[in-house]
Structure formats: C-alpha cells, structure tokens
Write a protein that binds this ligand. Structure first.
Ligand code: MSP
Length: 524
C-alpha cells in the first residue's frame, strides 16, 4: 500500500496583477505549481489546479489611467498574456480565474457577508500609510527611510498617506487563534517564513481596513453605494470562487480546504495572517499549507525591475532554450524556498550537462544501439549482478527518492537523485562497453542494452512532471502506454515483458535533448 497521501488535492498559485506583462518570476511560480500538479496526478491523486489574475485595486486603476484606458481594457489585454504564458509553458490549470468574473464578485460578497454576520466588520476612518505597489497598509513602525527622506515599505516600495472612511475587519480578535495555527509546523512553510509571521503576530495585530471609497475599481461592498472591497479581500477569495463558493458544490466538498497555496515570499503576510483570519471569521476550514517560495533574481542576484532593464520575458526564454529545458533549469537550479538567480549561461550549462550530454545522450545511445545491433527487436533475458544493481539503483532513485523529495517540494534534491541515476547508467555503459561486446559477446551486449532500456523506463516516468513534453517523447519511443506512465501504474517488469511478447520494435530514435548554444547576442 502507498504510504503517501492520496486524498483530493487543491493547489493554487497567487493570482498575478495584470498591470504589465508576465515576467520570469511569474513563470517560475506557474511552472513550480504545474510540476506539483503533474507530480500529484502521477501519484494517483485527484488534483485541481487554479491560477489566474488579480485585476482590481488602485495599482490597476492607476496604471490604466496612466495609459488613458479603462482598467477593464488593460486587464483584458494583460490577463490574456498570462494565459498565453501558461499555455506556452505547458502549465495545465483546471481554471484560470479572473477576478472581474461575475461568480468571483458573488463569492467575495458572500464571504464579506459571513464576516459581517460574525460581527467582525465595523465602519471607521482609516488614517495611515498605503503602498499602491504592494496594495498593502503598513504601520509607521514598519517603514524605512529611502533616499531623499522618502518613506518606503518593508519591500522598498513608496507609501502614501491615506485618509478615508473605511470598513474595518476585527483582525485583532483572531490573534491567539492565528498564533496557534501559525505555530503548527506544516501550515506555513518553509520554517523561516513561519517564524517571521509568528513574530509579526506576536508584535500585536491591529484591525485591518478592508474597503476603499476613493476609487471604484473593485468588488462592491454589499449594501453600500460608495465602498469597494480592499483588493486583497477579493483577491484571496479567488481560491474559494474557483470551487463554486458560496454554493455547496461537489468541488467545495471535495477540494476545500486547499491542500497548498503556493505563493512568493513577499505575500506571506496576506496568506498566513489575513486570509486565515477571514476564513476563521467566515467559519470555513483553513488551508492545509501555505508555502512561500523564494524570488528569482536576475544575473548577479539583482532584483528585476523595469528601470534596471533586466526584466526577462519568459516566452523569449522558452523560445530560445525550449520549454522543457527552461522548466528543468528552474526546478533544478534553485533550492525551492530560497532565492536563486538566472542567466542564459546558467541555463545552457545546466541543460547541456544534464539533459543533452547525460540523459538525452543515454537515451539516444541505448535506443540507437538496439535499433542498429538488434534490429530493434527485444527478447527475454536474465539479469547478471551488475544489471540488477543498476536497476535497483535506478528504481530507488526514480520511484522512492524523487517522489519523496517532490512530496516535500524539494525539487532540486529530487532531481539530483534522478540525475545521479542517469550518471550511474552512463557509467554502466562505459564499464560494460556494449560496442566491444558486439564483437566479443553479442548475447551479453543484448542484456546490457535491454537493461539500459528498462532503466530508461524508470527515468522517463519519474521526470515527467518537470519535462512533460520531452518525457512523453521518450516514453512513446519506449512503447509505454499512456495509462501506464504514472508512479502508481508504471510496472517496469510487466511493461518490458509486454514489449517482448507483443513483438514491439525500437525504432531509429529521435534525439530528445539536443545541445543548446548560447545566443550570439548573449556572447557580446
Ligand atoms: N496579486 C497579488 C497576489 C494575490 S494572491 C491572492 C500579487 N501579484 S504579483 O503579480 O505581484 O505576484 C504574483 C506572484 O508572483 C506572487 O506569488 C509573487 O511572489 C510572485 N513573484 C513576483 N516576482 C517574483 C520573482 N522575481 N521571483 C519569484 N516569484 C515572484 O502579488
């Protein structure tokens, strides 16, 4: 019996502000979430995966104004680029939500009414600091002094003094309950982010301003003419909207509470303090986990920004290096949870060393030798000790180590176990030297090549979540049926026996990972 969790799994990303085109940071989060979704599906779980765009608020309203267009028009255009990014990067969501959609307005108003019914909303006057870039209120004590004496938020964004009538949410009431939840390991990961939030809540919570009257680009507060909800109230509610809330739908029943909200480290406070408090107030179960991943930085560890001119379009990268090489690089290079940096050189180096020269080459050599030297035909054989050892190692790496690490979102460590198995196969090829055996012991050559073929089955199955398209190309060439490719269903001996008995032949292979070259402009 499998020991891992097989319950239905609801996975969400943050919904991005479509005030501009997506950048590589957005792609990073979407790809990581897609890897998780695919991995859990291959584990045999019923997965629902939602991503989307967060379209209301002052930031959107101001950007549209700057461009002389309506916020809706800006949102329509930019949101479509986020959808396109998902499509190009092979990010297979079940729903792409846009917060301008009717069902989302309805869900947001419903959660509002539940918070109101709980006695947690009251009308007052807000006077304090607001960062439009973060769409966040900050206490004076949190601010830093920027150049020229300008006040900056903890995220280095400008803040402005704001005074207006506002609805308030009784956040302070939930302080103790929040601390209990926050302190329970597993709810907020990694631990560094959890500790930060515990310290923040222990410092004392003030009630939160949850509506605005100075602009109208948002979800209307029920029963009010001039208040729209604070954008984070509606944004966070997207996770419920996608399941049909407030209706008691089959999806709500099956997928709530969410298994994982995957977000970046800059928005952990919203997801692990405000959101659980809203849910407590609305008497809804809290998510099982919020994970705050690190930031992807430009070359040299610089923050990406328009003014530094180092913002990278993920679609350009995908076009230059290939979608799967990009996905592999992002999951392999950076320890998930920590920050990491990206450069074209690093992508090329990593993809060539591991995908082209090691994995791709192993597949190519093995399949073409079987095709040439055995006419593509397979036959039953007995394993010698060296063969059994190799297959045990590869099976352990692919069916035990990688899944265990992926379950813990330690993608880089999981992929490392996998690439070590690839290296072991390559070492076995060198030691066994099938090209020599061809002349000295053709029977042994067949055993060696078919052992490698069986190892490729494991390697191809395990790496599917990361490089879905290339893995599928390999699994097709290996004759592994579509419905036999999951961690749950892949039965290596049965597959190989099936190939032999059905008379499957290995065709002349198509290379899966050609070597990458650094584009000329990057050399300059
Ligand atoms: N709209 C809010 C989220 C609302 S969720 C209810 C928002 N949008 S965002 O467009 O600014 O960011 C979307 C996601 O991308 C966030 O999880 C954020 O942390 C992540 N990233 C933004 N820049 C990033 C990098 N440079 N690197 C990695 N992730 C980054 O916040």
């Amino acid at each position: 019996m499998a020991e891992h969790d097989l319950s239905p799994f609801y996975l969400t990303t943050a919904i991005s502000y479509p005030n501009g085109r997506p950048h590589i940071g957005h792609a990073y989060e979407a790809i990581a979430a897609d890897v998780i979704a695919r991995f859990q599906r291959l584990r045999g779980r019923d997965v629902r995966f939602q991503t989307g765009t967060d379209e209301h608020g002052l930031k959107m309203a101001r950007k549209a104004e700057e461009q002389g267009r309506t916020a809706r028009d800006l949102a329509d255009e930019m949101s479509s680029y986020f959808q396109q990014m998902c499509d190009v990067l092979n990010v297979k969501y079940d729903r792409f939500i846009r917060t301008v959609e009717d069902d989302h307005h309805r869900a947001s108003q419903a959660i509002w009414q539940r918070m109101e019914a709980a006695g947690d909303l009251y009308l007052d006057r807000y006077e304090g600091w607001y960062s439009v870039r973060d769409e966040a209120y900050y206490d004076e004590s949190e601010l830093k002094q920027g150049e020229g004496g300008q006040k900056l938020s903890p995220q280095d964004t400008p803040v402005e003094w704001t005074v207006e009538e506002s609805w308030f949410f009784r956040l302070s009431k939930y302080q103790d309950q929040l601390l209990d939840w926050l302190k329970t390991p597993g709810n907020v990961e990694p631990a560094s982010r959890r500790n930060e939030m515990v310290a923040f809540v222990e410092g004392g919570l003030r009630d939160l301003s949850v509506s605005r009257t100075s602009f109208d680009w948002g979800v209307k507060v029920p029963g009010s003419d001039n208040h729209v909800m604070y954008v984070w109230v509606d944004a966070l509610t997207n996770y419920l909207t996608g399941l049909g809330f407030p209706d008691e739908t089959a999806n709500m029943e099956k997928f709530w509470p969410a298994g994982l909200h995957l977000i970046g480290k800059d928005i952990v406070r919203f997801h692990t303090v405000y959101w659980p408090a809203f849910l407590m107030s609305a008497d809804l179960p809290l998510p099982k986990q919020v994970f705050g991943h690190g930031f992807l930085l430009a070359r040299g560890g610089e923050k990406m920004s328009k003014s530094l001119g180092n913002v990278v379009d993920p679609l350009d990268l995908a076009e230059t290096f290939g979608v799967d090489a990009l996905r592999y690089f992002l999951m392999r290079e950076v320890a998930f949870g920590q920050d990491g940096s990206y450069s074209p050189e690093a992508i090329v180096t990593r993809a060539n060393a591991e995908l082209a020269n090691s994995f791709g080459n192993l597949a190519q050599r093995t399949l073409s030798m079987i095709n040439k030297n055995m006419d593509g035909n397979l036959e039953a054989f007995e394993l010698a000790d060296a063969d059994t050892q190799l297959l045990d190692l590869v099976r352990g790496a692919c069916m035990v180590d990688l899944p265990r690490e992926f379950d813990n979102l330690a993608f880089s460590t999981g992929i490392e176990a996998w690439i070590k198995a690839v290296y072991a196969c390559n070492q076995y090829v060198d030691e066994q030297a099938p090209w020599t055996l061809k002349k000295t012991d053709p029977e042994r050559m067949k055993v060696v090549l078919q052992t490698l073929l069986r190892a490729l089955g494991y390697l191809g199955v395990a790496i599917q979540p990361v490089v879905p398209e290339k893995a599928a190309l390999l699994l097709d060439q290996l004759g592994i049926a579509d419905n036999a490719r999951s961690f749950a269903s892949f039965d290596e001996p049965a597959w190989f026996d099936g190939l032999v008995t059905s008379g499957f032949t290995i065709a002349k292979p198509t290379p899966i990972f050609p070597r990458l070259e650094l584009p000329e402009t990057e050399d300059a």
